[in-house]
Design a binder for this molecule. Structure first.
Ligand code: HEM
Length: 410
């Protein structure tokens, strides 16, 4: 007797979050789905997404309570009046006055790092871009050569956090170190102490140094998790897309090389470069792939009845790839951003009171590093490059990306 072929097991949120979200997002404005033990609402329409980011009837909810166990009660995890109060303080580090300081330091550090890239030989572009971005972030944010003892050490800290959050190691209880009324993962504790021993007074560090000790731990940790991986991943995906689209690479090279010598100010006069960054964050929304909130009370929106405590999710991974909002969504096409996206369909930096504090810095870093690399080097990508997004805390590019680089003037 012939056996029936085994049915493939459908992906679950825990086994493969992106595959799970992809099959869930089928062009509907909203649907209910099981998330662990909870019946949750997925929303995927501009009006519902705008509602989620602005409504007083929703709050951060249980996911962020869990998050706080790992990263403390910093900006990401806190809410209400305490969140607004500390956000106002932290905002003073991200102003029109501080951005030029960040950009100047960014340019200096990028120059140092790019001078170390070997030319005319195969290069592991994936790890080079990671290192470049981490080193630039370390210098700009904390005034340090590197954030932790080395890049691998930092990856360990981030993996420990994401393993914990995604419930990937339920059999390994977290052994946390007590400190001033909170408990931290030992690697996190080590990373924080390394930062406090080595940081220099950048505009961000000055604000952190002015906080009391508990706040300083919480906000430093939040910045560490919110900024480094997201910045590194965005530029990696951008170059991966250039490798797949030589015509976009040459168009971008033309724009970048029409400004010589290339400087930080030029990125604001390069629309194609800006749109390439936007398109990268559309296809690969490295943060905010899963914005969760929770109904704070029984409520109703657009006829959807919600019980207090219902988890509500808006996923940029789903909405950014929805053909109703972005025609041919799997096509990488920077030109689509010559027309602004409809409000509520494009949210790579989240929204509402928790909107990313470092969005300008993140966008400018991606644009500047891309411009600096393309103005200095010709890149010949290897034909068998393959990167796939994996969930750590953000959408981390995993796989292989190699290239041969030579000086553009040669
Ligand atoms: C391309 C790079 C980046 C992306 C895509 C990104 C994305 C995001 C997203 C989606 C959120 C909202 C999370 C939520 O509501 O749950 C967020 C929050 C945040 N981001 Fe970013 N981010 C980036 C870079 C940065 C940088 C460079 C910094 C700081 C130097 C930063 C600092 C923050 C902080 C402090 C928050 C929390 C704000 C709050 O809750 O009040 N981010 N980011």
């Amino acid at each position: 007797m012939l056996e029936a072929p085994a049915q493939p097991t459908p992906p679950t949120f825990q086994s493969d979050p992106l595959a799970f979200l992809t099959q869930l997002g089928d062009g509907q404005d909203h649907l209910f789905f099981p998330l662990g033990r909870y019946e949750s609402l997925l929303i995927n329409s501009p009006s519902l997404i705008n509602w989620l980011f602005t409504s007083r009837s929703v709050g951060r909810g249980r996911f962020f309570k869990l998050f706080a166990r790992f990263i403390g009660n910093g900006l990401l995890a806190s809410e209400g009046e305490p969140h607004l109060k500390i956000r106002r303080v932290m905002q003073t580090a991200f102003t029109r006055e501080t951005l030029p300081i960040f950009m100047r330091v960014m340019a200096e550090e990028t120059k140092v790092q790019l001078e170390q890239w070997p030319t005319n030989t195969p290069l592991d572009l994936l790890s080079r871009l990671n290192r470049l971005s981490y080193r630039v972030s370390a210098r700009v944010i904390f005034g340090m050569d590197q954030i932790f003892r080395d890049e691998e050490g930092l990856a360990e800290v981030i993996n420990a956090g994401s393993g914990f959050l995604m419930g990937r190691a339920p059999d390994k209880p977290l052994e946390l170190v007590p400190h001033k009324g909170r408990r931290y993962h030992p690697l996190v504790m080590e990373a924080l102490e390394y930062i406090f021993d080595h940081w220099q007074p950048t505009p961000i560090v000055r604000v952190l140094q002015g906080l009391d000790e508990q706040e300083r731990y919480d906000q430093t940790l939040t910045l560490l998790f919110a900024s480094l991986e997201t910045s590194a991943a965005s530029i990696t995906y951008l170059f991966y897309m250039l490798g797949q689209h030589p015509q976009i690479q040459s168009k971008l090279e033309q724009e970048v090389r029409s400004h010589t010598p290339f400087s930080v100010h030029d990125i604001f006069r390069m629309p194609y470069l800006q749109h390439t960054v936007s398109e990268t964050l559309r296809m690969f929304p490295v943060g905010g792939w899963f914005n969760t909130r929770e109904a704070l009370e029984d409520t109703e929106i657009e006829g959807i009845v919600l019980k207090k405590g219902t988890p509500i999710v808006a996923s940029s991974w789903i909405t950014h790839r929805d053909a109703r909002f972005f025609p041919n969504p799997l096509e990488f096409r920077p030109e689509r951003f010559f027309t602004a996206a409809t409000r509520g369909t494009y949210f790579p930096f989240g929204g509402g009171v928790h909107l990313c504090l470092g969005s300008s810095l993140g966008l400018n870093q991606a644009a500047y590093l891309t411009g600096a690399i393309l103005s200095k080097f010709d890149l010949e990508f290897e034909p068998d490059n393959l990167l796939t997004p994996q969930i750590t805390l953000s959408l981390t590019p995993m796989g292989k990306m190699g290239a041969r680089v030579k000086l553009a003037a040669d």
